[in-house]
Design a protein around this ligand. Structure first.
Ligand SMILES: C[S@@+](CC[C@H](N)C(=O)[O-])C[C@H]1O[C@@H](n2cnc3c(N)ncnc32)[C@H](O)[C@@H]1O
Length: 207
């Protein structure tokens, strides 16, 4: 994220920072002027307990950042329209949950069993079919991508591991990365940097 943001001082909006407060404190420590929002945001000077739709700050911001948020947002189009009006740059850390194939699911669930048997209860679900049945309203990667491409031009994109966040354990990320590199499992995390297209900017300016 720091490698993609403009240099300080710059104004950054974090959306969907969650109860734990997201990356806002790290960005503020790095010298950014940060506002982080989420209905569940913690209290404190960096935070407001609102949704993107409710946010009344007119901006502008230099960038919007979001970690694992947009695949949850309904309706997605109007929220992205608002974000594109507020800032020219969008940085995402996201979850392409629908890219899990059978070997990837098998690997994750077996890692979960091994860690649970060793007494480390991973924070992710033990059974991904059950998880999927409980989360029927998540946007698949292709929907996110289509809505992003309608408003932003890709500046940087990277597929990466994701399950290590759910598994915990010291070796999970490097193991997941090595298996992805070997083609044994699929990457279901991605990072994206997009720059608002001029068409979006002119229609935003006209409003
Ligand atoms: C999976 S959590 C991610 C939290 C945090 N960014 C992280 O990575 O740990 C998704 C968050 O998005 C928030 N969220 C969903 N829709 C939102 C909206 N329209 N505006 C702001 N936050 C939203 C939820 O409240 C939730 O805290």
């Amino acid at each position: 994220m720091l490698s993609q943001l403009p240099p300080v001082p710059a104004r950054v909006l974090e959306i969907g920072c969650g109860r734990a407060g997201g990356v806002a404190p790290a960005l503020a420590s790095a010298g950014y002027d940060v506002l982080a929002i989420d209905p569940d945001a913690p209290s404190g000077a960096l935070y407001r307990q609102v949704t993107v739709e409710e946010l009344d700050d007119p901006g502008p911001f230099d960038a919007v950042v979001a970690g694992r948020v947009l695949h949850h947002v309904h309706p997605l189009g109007p929220v992205l329209d608002k974000l594109a009006r507020l800032a020219p740059l969008l940085l995402l850390d996201e979850f392409a949950w629908n890219h899990m194939d059978e070997p990837t699911v098998d690997w994750y669930e077996s890692q979960h069993r091994v860690l649970a048997a060793a007494g480390r209860e991973p924070k992710g679900p033990s059974n991904l079919a059950g998880w999927r049945a409980r989360h029927t309203d998540l946007h698949p990667y292709e929907t996110l991508r289509r809505e992003l491409d309608a408003r932003y031009e890709e500046r940087r994109f990277e597929w990466r591991p994701y399950f290590y966040r759910w598994l915990g354990g010291p070796a999970s990320e490097s193991l997941e990365q090595a298996l992805i590199a070997a083609g044994a499992i699929r990457p279901i995390g991605f990072r994206y940097a997009g720059v608002r297209t001029e068409t979006v900017r002119s229609s935003a300016d006209a409003r």
